[in-house]
Design a binder for this molecule. Structure first.
Ligand SMILES: C[S@@+](CC[C@H](N)C(=O)[O-])C[C@H]1O[C@@H](n2cnc3c(N)ncnc32)[C@H](O)[C@@H]1O
Length: 281
């Protein structure tokens, strides 16, 4: 049925019969509509005709409810740590919990004006580095990813947010061997899922290497933490890391082996699981 003449109110009444999650339905309406971007505007305009193509909304609802596409894969956009990001096809979309890592990094940056350069390694859409730079514009920002789609996505998000940075399209392991720059801050959310625990159905809209790209899920952490002298400035730096469920104890062992445990602090996510590590010295 093609029905562009119905009002917002009639539309909602109609779709709710079939699609039960009101938050998702409204989010998609806000995405397609020019004049309705939140609940208040929806109430104000409820008796006016919809200002977008009814069929496009139906396709998006079908994608979400029946084809199980994540909302971000449909809208290709995401609000993260105060900025709007585009998410390109097959690029890892920023998860809500990762905002906590950005928050922890920013808490230290707000207090320590000697931290002037930041590299976001395994940057994806650039969500961490770009959002942090938007709040600390003087930071010299670099972003690294192996995936060309991610690199194009980062370039777009920088332009869109009117920010500049150095973009490095390189394998992290190669970077560690060849890098000559020193950074004050490193943010690091690498692939950390065990190969055998990958749920290919769940991640089919993103690139698999975002989740697992080594036989050892701790490999990225081991290599970074044992090579900090190659990437950081002397003895004063800040490192923010995201890691997976159940990996805290292994990370503690790695930190101990490189004499960094005393500078380290772990943080939990909203599900009360240890997920973030801040090293500050
Ligand atoms: C878990 S995602 C994190 C994306 C983003 N930083 C975030 O917080 O949402 C991991 C990213 O690492 C990249 N990646 C995977 N293997 C890599 C490697 N060997 N070298 C550099 N980047 C890699 C993937 O392309 C992906 O963008």
């Amino acid at each position: 049925m093609h029905n562009n003449k119905i009002t917002f109110f009639e539309l909602i009444a109609q779709i709710e019969k079939k699609y039960t999650n009101k938050n998702i339905n409204n989010s998609l309406i806000y995405f397609f509509s020019q004049k309705v971007k939140n609940l208040t505007e929806l109430l104000v305009h409820r008796n006016e005709q919809i200002d977008f193509d009814y069929n496009e909304l139906m396709i998006a609802l079908d994608d979400y409810y029946n084809k199980h596409k994540p909302l971000t894969t449909i809208t290709k956009q995401r609000h993260f740590n105060g900025i709007n990001l585009k998410v390109f096809d097959k690029v890892h979309y920023p998860r809500n919990e990762t905002e906590l890592l950005a928050e922890k990094i920013e808490e230290v940056l707000a207090k320590d004006s000697t931290l002037n350069s930041l590299i976001d390694i395994c940057a994806g859409t650039g969500n961490l580095g770009i959002s942090i730079k938007s709040h600390f514009p003087k930071l010299r920002l670099s972003l690294l990813d192996i995936d060309t789609n991610a690199i194009n996505n980062i370039r777009f998000n920088l332009d869109n947010n009117k920010l500049e940075a150095r973009i490095i399209n390189q394998d992290f392991f190669e970077f560690i061997k060849t890098n000559t720059e020193k950074y004050d801050v490193i943010v690091f959310n690498p692939p950390y899922v065990k190969k055998e625990e990958l749920d290919l159905e769940m991640i089919k809209f993103e690139n698999k290497i975002s989740f697992s790209n080594s036989d050892d899920p701790l490999e990225f952490y081991k290599v970074l933490l044992s090579s900090l002298d190659k990437v950081t400035n002397s003895k004063h730096y800040l490192i923010g890391i995201e890691f997976g469920y159940g990996q805290k104890q292994d990370l503690e062992k790695i930190l101990k082996s490189v004499n960094l445990l005393q500078f380290s602090r772990f943080y939990k996510d909203l599900n009360n699981q240890d997920r973030f590590l801040i090293i500050y010295r």
